[in-house]
Design a protein around this ligand. Structure first.
Ligand SMILES: Nc1ncnc2c1ncn2[C@@H]1O[C@H](COP(=O)(O)OP(=O)(O)O)[C@@H](O)[C@H]1O
Ligand SMILES: [Mg+2]
Length: 236
């Protein structure tokens, strides 16, 4: 079971959203996915609740509460026992013992960031923090920045500069644009399941096109993360 964690000091960076998008893609590829809720606000539990009520969930996605170190350990064991291929961890902002535990147990760490100066500052600080926690444990964990909420319109000069700065760091080539389809996932459910529903209704054809574009983007992001895990496995 591979563990992918979504980490950032800053709240609102796009961690939960990126995790939701990747979850949908992994399910679509036939994987069994455990979702670890390591944020007290429980966004993932809420998400699955909405989705189940709307029939836009999938049996291969299961939520495990991992709000403290003991719960994290039992979530891990349960996920292993139930044959999950991946555990995706949604973390709370800031540093904590729990977050340190998440970091050292990850196979890949994804740091989502918007293209603002504040977000970038926090992302670089988070990057340094994650590397230091791993170094202290004498392990090397692939840690990648991921651009998200990227405007679909032409970038401003400042956004362009920020984007280029992030490219100097280990940064995933695929990120996520700012899209309603991503924003709405938390109320609507798994991206691909929502897309399927929209496609089934002729009145929703135009919105379905937007969802298809979003799904393609999420798929590129997911494949980028899978490639990192593959490189890591080959190097070991
Ligand atoms: N790619 C995106 N497109 C549109 N809205 C987004 C995107 N990523 C995040 N958001 C929105 O930004 C807000 C914060 O995102 P969230 O994923 O909850 O951040 P975090 O988990 O880091 O606190 C949410 O309202 C979410 O819907
Ligand atoms: Mg969150």
């Amino acid at each position: 079971m591979k563990i992918i964690s979504f980490v950032s000091f800053k709240g609102g960076a796009g961690k939960t959203t990126a995790l939701m998008a990747v979850t949908s893609c992994l399910i679509e590829q036939g994987y069994k996915v455990a979702l670890f809720e390591a944020d007290n606000n429980k966004p993932i539990s809420e998400w699955s609740k909405y989705a189940i009520s709307k029939n836009t969930w999938h049996k291969n996605a299961s939520v495990f509460i991992a709000n403290n170190e003991a719960d994290f350990e039992s979530a891990y064991n349960q996920a292993l026992e139930t044959g999950r291929d991946f555990a995706l961890i949604d973390t709370h902002g800031g540093g904590s013992e729990l977050n340190n535990m998440v970091i050292v147990n990850s196979d890949a760490i994804i740091l989502p960031t918007a293209l603002t100066v504040l977000d970038t500052d926090e992302t670089l600080a988070t990057f340094k923090y994650a590397i230091e926690v791993a170094m202290a444990a004498e392990i090397e964990i692939p840690t990648f920045i991921m651009k998200t909420r990227v405007p679909t319109a032409k970038l401003t000069q400042a956004q362009n500069r920020t984007s280029q700065l992030l490219d100097e760091m280990p940064c995933l080539e695929a990120g996520l644009h700012s899209r309603n389809a991503f924003e709405d996932m938390k109320f609507k459910g798994l991206l691909h399941q929502v897309l399927r529903k929209l496609e089934a209704n002729p009145n929703d054809r135009l919105i379905a096109n937007n969802y298809r574009t979003a799904a393609k983007e999420a798929e590129s992001l997911t494949n980028g993360i899978l490639a990192i895990l593959k490189d890591q496995a080959n190097a070991a």
